[in-house]
Each structure stands twice: as C-alpha cells, then as structure tokens.
Design a protein around this ligand. Structure first.
Ligand code: NI
Length: 181
C-alpha cells in the first residue's frame, strides 16, 4: 500500500504532456499500484501518472465497482455527447458540468505489455476521457465554456490549497481538439 501526494493545479507537471511508456517492468507495475492505492484512498474515480509527478502515459480508474488501468491509451469517441458534473483530485472543491463523449473505446496496453481494449459509456467513458486528458496536459476546466471556466478559476483562486505565490491561472497551453469545441 503506497498512497502518494497528489499534485495540485499550479504544478507544471499537470500541464506537461506525458511520454509514452516503452518499458513494461516492475517500476511500471509499482506505478500502477501507487496510482490505484492513491486513487482509492482519496477516494476518486480516476488518477493519472502526472498527478503523482510521473510524466508517463498511464492512468487508473474506479467506476461502478470496476478498477482497472490503461497504458498508452488511444481513444475512439462516440459522436453523442453527455452532460454531467466533473471534478478532479488536482483541483479540490472545483466542480462543473463538463461535456464529454457519451461512449469511448480505448485501446492500449496493460502493465504487463498485453494489448487491451477498454470500452464504456457514461461515467466510465467520462473517467477515461478525463484521465487521458491528463496525459496531454489538459484539465477538465479547459473543456468548459468561457463563463463556466471563469467561475472555476474564481473557485481555484479562492481555494485554500491554491498558493498566493503561484503563477496566474490560465487555460491549457495545449490544443484541446474535440469536435464539439
Ligand atoms: Ni483529474
């Protein structure tokens, strides 16, 4: 059991695109275990490696009693959109209605290097999209419309955890490329 500190908004690692995993070794399996332990302790519906300060394309999720992980994910999204509220362990207390694809087929690898496909709709699809965004340095507030994002940024500025000495709050430096944006 290894629960690690979760990096908070303002930490540059959360805005840095993660590198693909190339080595499926004991270190990777320990990372998946640390991610899982930390997510379950939080508790949260998902956690991506950059949130533990590790710039690798790995995430875990826990939705509807199912716990799993995915390495180097590649997503295929449905045209259909879902609405629903979303939050993030790296932005405690910030919640917003966030548009996402209704369903997803995620192809990737497990921690042993076997190819896997993870499919889901609704919450599971939302979690997979949210965590994959983390691997691209994208946060859910980047998916909001302008008034919602302003509201989220106000909440961040007022949050106890957000340090006064931190850099200005701004939207993602990385392209948010989705058909409904
Ligand atoms: Ni998150």
């Amino acid at each position: 059991m290894a629960v690690k500190p979760i990096r908070l908004f303002g930490d540059p690692v959360l805005r840095t695109p993660a590198r693909p995993v190339t080595t499926y070794d004991k270190e990777l399996r320990r990372l998946v275990q640390d991610l899982t332990d930390t997510m379950m302790a939080a508790p949260g519906a998902g956690l991506a490696a950059p949130q533990l300060g590790i710039g690798l394309r790995v995430f875990v999720f826990h939705v509807d009693g199912e716990t799993d992980h995915l390495v180097n994910p590649d997503l295929d999204l449905t045209e259909e959109i879902q609405e629903g509220s979303e939050s993030c362990l790296s932005l405690p207390g910030v919640v917003a209605e966030t548009p996402r694809a209704y369903g997803v087929v995620a192809k990737g690898w497990n921690m042993y290097g076997d190819p896997v496909t993870v499919e889901g709709t609704r919450l599971k699809a939302r979690a997979i999209q949210h965590e994959t965004d983390h691997l691209d340095g994208v946060l859910f507030i980047d998916r909001l419309d302008t008034p919602q994002r302003r509201e989220a940024i106000r909440a961040i500025r007022q949050a106890e955890w957000f340090g006064q000495d931190q850099v200005e709050v701004r939207a993602s430096p990385h392209p948010v490329s989705d058909r409904w944006r």
